[in-house]
Design a protein around this ligand. Structure first.
Ligand code: PLP
Length: 450
């Protein structure tokens, strides 16, 4: 189904180069980008301005074609321009773009989420950040408590109370993770090391009756992929239950990607536990802005207009976004997940072989088809471990891959995403690029990272 790369250049080929557009962008928007990681600060160089994308391929304004391993940071599960998704978007646009009144498509999308996951009710929003922010407000409103527990290295969007860094002790309160977040926002957040049961037990022993919720990435992908130790999510769910706190599983990244039912499909569904609340985004929007939070019917019943906790959105449940999301989920069949799994297996094996041959220590970690590579010789179980990855080596690796037609995430701390459209040709392009790129990484190892 994947069109040949030479067919993918936009018809009206842009005349500006990435270099020129980056300069133009920096004159009017901070860093020349609308989300920081896109600026290439972690790897250096000029971000590629994309003119068009089809299947697994990106084509930049300079006329270069790359295999896409970013997949819009997760949403493009089916690849770019999947025919069903494009048709659904086209049909929705033909009916108008936004009404601010209910539509059948919104209900159908929530029904699809309810059918795939343990949530009983869900509310649509426009971004993952809105989903986690709203889930936390609801947890506080439901429990009548204020404290929130999160893990270092887990990212839940740019919510003030969650842009928090660990304080000086394990059970002490967090400090702002960025200027602009008031101390009063993070003073109600506890930040703990990931996969550390003792730290969770200690925090709940000291503050349990004040904790509204614990939020965790269902399987962290925002410090690179750091899977939960076996039983860790079940332990978190049980600890929350024992203390009357809500367990929020953030599946914005893993939802509908790791399996049909996301990360939960591989642990909670097997072990027999359910989160109180879950958050979703990325894949469920099919490349347009749609996200959701949902969970137990009694908890969701506290949300306006049924209950007292306020939450709203002008574009929530937007008809074009819900059409794209619904078409994506309906096309995400067992065969799609099987294909994603086999592509990821092939790539992991190729990456391991290339780094081994180059003599560079590495750890590859994954959940489902989501994986990442840490350039370190120690296992990575938490954020402190992830930070041991060699940034200089990754930067060299990234650029060598880019030069050979493969667009990796421009940061060592991000997951690599594959799509149903990654076919043999795309996979071979990646495999061919790996050996020399791994050697470039080895040559740069130990140097000054960014
Ligand atoms: N939660 C997780 C686990 C994420 O990975 C992200 C974004 O990467 C978010 C929340 C925030 O989503 P958004 O960028 O749509 O606001």
């Amino acid at each position: 189904m994947t069109p040949a790369p030479e067919l993918q250049r936009s018809v009206d080929r842009p005349t500006a180069t990435s270099e020129a557009l980056f300069a133009r962008g920096r004159a009017v928007t901070p860093g020349g980008v609308n989300s920081p990681v896109r600026a290439f600060n972690a790897v250096g160089g000029t971000p590629r301005f994309i003119a068009s994308a089809a299947g697994p391929w990106l084509t930049d304004v300079d006329g270069n074609t790359y295999v896409d391993l970013i997949c819009s940071w997760g949403p493009m599960l089916l690849g770019h321009q999947h025919p069903d998704v494009m048709a659904a978007i086209g049909a929705a646009v033909a009916r108008g773009t936004s009404y601010g009144t209910p539509t059948e498509g919104e209900i159908a999308l929530v029904e699809e989420i309810v059918a795939r996951t343990p949530v009983e009710r869900a509310r649509l929003v426009s971004s993952g950040t809105e989903a986690t922010m709203s889930a936390i407000r609801l947890a506080r409103g439901f429990t009548g408590r204020d404290l929130v527990v999160k893990f270092a290295g887990c990212y839940h969007g740019h919510v003030d109370s969650l842009l928090a860094a660990a304080g000086s002790g394990l059970t002490t309160f967090a400090i702002p993770g960025t200027p602009g977040v008031p101390e009063s926002s993070t003073a109600l957040t506890l930040v703990l090391p990931y996969n550390d049961r003792a730290a969770v037990t200690a925090a709940f022993a000291e503050h349990g009756d004040r904790i509204a919720c614990l939020i965790t990435e269902a399987a962290p992908g925002n410090m690179g992929v750091v899977p939960p130790a076996p039983g860790f999510n079940a332990f978190l769910a049980e600890t929350c239950r024992a203390h009357g706190a809500l367990f929020i599983s953030d599946e914005v990244m893993t939802g509908f990607r790791v399996s049909k039912a996301g990360q939960w499909g591989t642990d909670g569904a097997v072990e027999g536990w359910v989160p109180d609340l879950m958050t979703f985004g990325k894949v469920m929007g099919g490349g347009l802005p749609a996200a959701a939070f949902g969970g137990r019917a009694d908890v969701m019943g506290h949300l306006a207009p049924d209950g007292p906790v306020y939450q709203a959105g002008t574009l929530s449940g937007n008809p074009v976004a819900t059409a794209a999301g619904l078409a994506t989920l309906r096309a995400a069949t067992d065969e799609v997940y099987a294909h994603l799994g086999s592509v990821a297996d092939t790539l992991r094996a190729g990456v391991a072989e290339a780094f081994t041959a180059a003599g560079l220590p590495h750890v590859i970690q994954s959940t489902g088809s989501m994986f990442s590579v840490f350039l370190t010789d120690e296992p990575v179980t938490d954020y402190a471990g992830a930070q041991r990855t060699d940034g200089a080596a990754y930067g060299a690796f990234f650029h060598a891959m880019l030069d050979r037609g493969v667009h990796l995430p421009p940061s060592a701390y991000e997951a690599w995403f594959v799509s149903a459209a990654h076919d043999d040709r795309a996979v071979q392009t990646i495999l061919d690029a790996l050996p020399e790129s791994a050697r470039a990484a080895a040559a740069a190892a130990g140097g000054e990272g960014r």
